[in-house]
Design a protein around this ligand. Sequence first.
Ligand code: GBH
Length: 516
Amino acid sequence: MHFQRSLVVGLIVILQISCYELNKKRFPDHFRIGLATSAYQVEGGWNEDGKGENIWDRSVHSIPSPIFNKETGDIACDSYHKYKEDIRLLKNMGVDHYRFSISWSRILPTGYANQINEAGVNYYKNLIKEIRANGLEPLVTIYHWDLPQPLQDLGGWPNEYIVDLFEEYARVAFTLFGDDVKQWITINEPKQVCQEAYGSGIKAPFIKSHGLAEYLCTHNVIKAHAKAWHLYDDEFRNKQKGRVGIVIDTFWMEPASDSEADINAAERQLQFIFGWYANPILRGDYPWQMKKFIGERSAKQGFKTSRLPEFTKQEIDYINGTIDFLGVNYYTTNMVSEKNDTVRNEVSWEADAETIRFVKPEWPFSTTWLRVVPWGIGKVMHWVKKTYGDIPIWITENGMATYGESLEDDNRIEYYQKHLSYVRDALEDGINIIGYTAWSLMDNFEWQVGYDDRFGFYHVDFKSPNRTRTPRKSVGFYRQFATTRCIVDKSQCVDDNHMDNVLRYVYQSVAVNNGH
Ligand code: GBH
């Protein structure tokens, strides 16, 4: 009986997915369409004009190298010298905004705000000027993973000292660039900043401290974000009139069956990856699932207190609601089932969630962790709204990797077309998505995998000193999307003026909740 029912449910799901028709409605005029990069992945100029060393510089130069093929970001796409060309490419694609990040050690070589590097500041002033002169809007990430090495020498993100230092860095950024930047992101993907950098140790500073440092790191990342938001709110908002958000990433977590255990496991996994950050910032505290599971496991493992730190009442009040918009990065989906971990001896973020994650063999492969599952982006949008209310969302990254030198990337076109179709559906369902940012403008340094995974619309020739950028076929698709606001040919596009007004309203209604 149960088997038959799941068979029927399964068939309906398969039918729904295979019969899915692209949404042909035009995106509203006020919907922002853009492209993203980050400082360490594109700039190069790693020790030029007074820039200080950061944790990626240190890691890529260490022996043995932790990076595939011993690659480095020393030159990367050479955007430190070629930023004008980058902006030409963006302009040529017809997009509305460019998301880039500031390198902390380029403007503050030691990480401390007592010493400002003028040349570094000028680089970003020129970049922002160029962006605006071309009619584009800058969407600026303050921290995209490149911590100044001297701050890592103090312990990095797991040391609470970082909270005030980040606030001072943010103050410098708001002061110097805030007249021309109205959309700020404090931190990109804190889950990677903590879990991949200080837990599983697959990103700089490559510290493996499973189930310990990764939680301490998060505690400080959340406080640092909240401090930067309050700083802006108290001292800059009136004059600069911008917005400050954070970018949180997640896979969609699809229950492996319709059993209650698997449904709970998938929800718990979302809370462990997304709620870990979103819940404190939007609801004041860690998700109950994390408090319960990590607390019980810590006790069973003989720890005196939970490995998950606690916020004080005062901290909860301070952190709660510190957001004007929520940035969401979506790339892929996992299936999730309940693990039934009775031993509970493993100390790690992965084990603490007590889930089993897997992918379906029929999902097209892009790279190790990335299968192409377009409907997942729609599910994430609905889940965010259901869980955190009617909050303005920027989709700040979405994309897939290809390999080698080919410029014929029909699979990338299909990836974007389908994901955007689900985004358009979500708009129609009343989800407040302000804009969409594809990753990435061009191939770039893909962290520990070097230059192997290529996420760009533009191919970059990393063997040439010119770092020549060549358009892939997908450039044509994205240009068409940005200029016509349609994911299908203009002739098939359907107008929907109603949505324009909805979006205009959404975009104007600043910020979220909790009295802010
Ligand atoms: C984003 O991270 C980053 O913001 C961006 O800098 C990056 O270039 C882009 O996406 C493409 O990767 O399975 O153990 O190998 C994406 C987040 C990073 C989460 C890789 C999953 C795989 C860990 N993902 N991670 S593992």
